[in-house]
Design a binder for this molecule. Structure first.
Ligand code: FAD
Length: 474
């Protein structure tokens, strides 16, 4: 009888295109699938509340999928090294197989598990399943990591995008007796107060939800993606981000599904995900520290009232407020809206990008350390291939351009719904009779703008000019 193998699930919560599972199936010995939930910890980047909500449901679906194949998911909680050593002892396993991750804490966890298992005569083998290419293998001619997206993605495409792995197996061999497992509720991933109704309405976590999202995207929005992907008022993007983050669908599967289609623009967004993960792998301190070091000296403000207004969607800028309320309600925000609210926080309010990144971290169902770090540093102008600092988004004209009829604002800021299209993105400039007709009382039913955008823009540019002069940065 071939020896028992432990299959350690991480953010690869699927059974198809799963190299570690494929390897575990080779010797046809018993397989013990396990997920080890981290203790709620003081770690700044421990999964946030919305992520935990998603994880709870995704683990449930994975367990159901495993049970349909004669197996099940063992749940443990705590330090993965300790838990996996204990599980290897209980099951007599000789091997643990898992997928690699690019986050610094997860890489350290894998190293610690490998060391602890080795001391107990158990081998850990890890596989790349979440990315198209192994970080470190895409390099410039000088062997350096790319800091600019276009040549990075060109180099990826030149290598040829990899094919997806095997389909879901029909059966998974199980051990004679199952080791003990916590119940899913013991992991305490679900919120204690019921703020999650909007998440339930908006999402179906798990493999089935991922495949449905992919089908829906291929059936329509992919064809118009290049034109409509910037429109938060339209269903123009795939909404695959949480499914990809938790690995309910593999990125290679997504690429394969588009192979017969004209999907260049969409694939380049998949390329940004790849770029973000490679950058985090090369520059593991970037969740805290700007990649362009001169920005560490930026004169940020400590304005808690403004930060709270931003978080609650009460800034007086309808496009920003719609986006922040969409985030709070559904755990997701459209990419264009993410760029605009991030720019507003960093450049109009001069609040450090790390505070915004933390709020996103707690509220996004797709919170992903690599993508979130890249998105915030890009917007702040301090990251790889970043938007130039002097490009400050105007929150009003961005709204008018990308939500031309105001449908997005009407959906998320209902107190402005009766405003005519012409004024919906600029209620503070609307004539008195228009406001009266729409029953909008500025400062009462809807806030006045918390900043004067043109002045805020000048202040941001002055601050940038100061650090540029004092550090000689470009
Ligand atoms: P689609 O347009 O359908 O794109 C397909 C996939 O490509 C996405 O699911 C995602 O995995 C990837 N992708 C698309 N755009 C980007 C991008 N700009 N950077 C990296 N990957 C991308 N994305 C996250 O997954 N998690 C985050 O925590 C996150 N935080 C962000 C913070 C800021 C400030 C900004 C500006 C962007 C952030 N993004 C993040 C990137 C992007 O906004 C989301 O990936 C996208 O909106 C998800 O929607 P979608 O699946 O419909 O995307």
């Amino acid at each position: 009888m071939p020896p028992t193998t432990i299959l350690w699930f991480r953010n690869d919560l699927r059974l198809a295109d799963h190299p570690a599972l494929e390897a575990a199936l080779q010797p046809r010995g018993p397989i013990v699938p396990v997920f080890v939930a981290p203790f709620a910890s003081a770690d700044r980047w421990a999964p946030g509340a919305a992520s935990n909500w998603w994880l709870h449901h995704s683990l449930k679906r994975l367990d159901q999928a495993l049970r349909g194949r004669g197996s099940r998911l063992v749940l443990r909680s705590g330090d993965p090294s300790r838990e996996l050593v204990a599980l290897a002892r209980e099951t007599g396993a000789s091997h643990v197989l898992c997928s690699r991750r690019s986050e610094p804490g997860e890489r350290a966890a894998e190293d610690a598990v490998r060391e602890a298992l080795a001391l107990n005569g158990v081998a850990l083998e890890s596989f790349q399943s979440g990315l198209l290419f192994e970080p470190g293998t895409i390099a410039t001619a000088e062997g350096q990591p790319y800091r600019v997206f276009t040549p990075f993605w060109r180099a990826c495409l030149a290598k040829g995008l990899p094919a997806a792995g095997a389909d879901e197996p029909e059966t998974i061999p199980c051990p004679k007796s199952w080791p003990g497992s916590l119940a899913l509720d013991d992991l305490e991933l679900m919120p204690r107060t019921r703020w999650d109704a909007g998440l339930h309405e908006a999402w179906e976590p798990g493999r089935q939800g991922a495949m449905q999202a992919l089908e829906a995207f291929l059936g329509g929005p992919l064809d118009t993606y290049a034109e409509e992907r910037n429109r938060p008022d339209l269903p123009g993007t795939s909404r695959l981000s949480p499914h990809l983050h938790f690995g309910e669908i593999g990125v290679r599967e997504v690429v394969a599904a588009c192979s017969e289609r004209d999907a260049q623009v969409f694939l380049s967004e998949i390329g940004w995900r790849e770029f973000a993960h490679h950058l985090l792998w090369h520059f593991p301190n970037t969740p805290e520290v700007p990649l362009r070091h001169e920005f560490a000296r930026f004169p940020w403000r400590d304005d808690d009232a403004a930060f709270q207004a931003w978080r609650k969607g009460q800034t007086g800028f309808p496009f920003v407020d719609a986006a922040m309320r969409e985030l709070w309600s559904t755990g997701w925000m459209h990419n264009r809206a993410r760029m605009v609210v991030a720019s507003f926080l960093v450049k109009d309010l001069l609040i450090p990008w790390q505070r915004g990144a933390e709020w996103f971290w707690d509220t996004l169902v797709d919170a992903d350390l690599a993508n979130n770090t890249l998105g915030w540093q890009w917007t702040a102008g301090c990251g790889a291939d970043a938007a130039p600092y002097f490009r400050v988004f105007n929150p009003t004209t961005q709204g008018e351009k990308f939500d031309p009829s105001g449908a997005y604002v009407r959906r998320w800021v209902p107190e402005l719904a009766p405003m005519p299209d012409t004024w919906i993105h600029r209620p503070h400039e609307a004539p008195e009779e228009v406001l009266r007709g729409a029953a909008v009382q500025l400062g009462q039913t809807y806030p006045l703008p918390i900043v004067d955008h043109p002045q805020a823009r000048r202040d941001a540019l002055d601050a940038y000019e100061d650090i540029r002069r004092s550090t000689g940065a470009g």
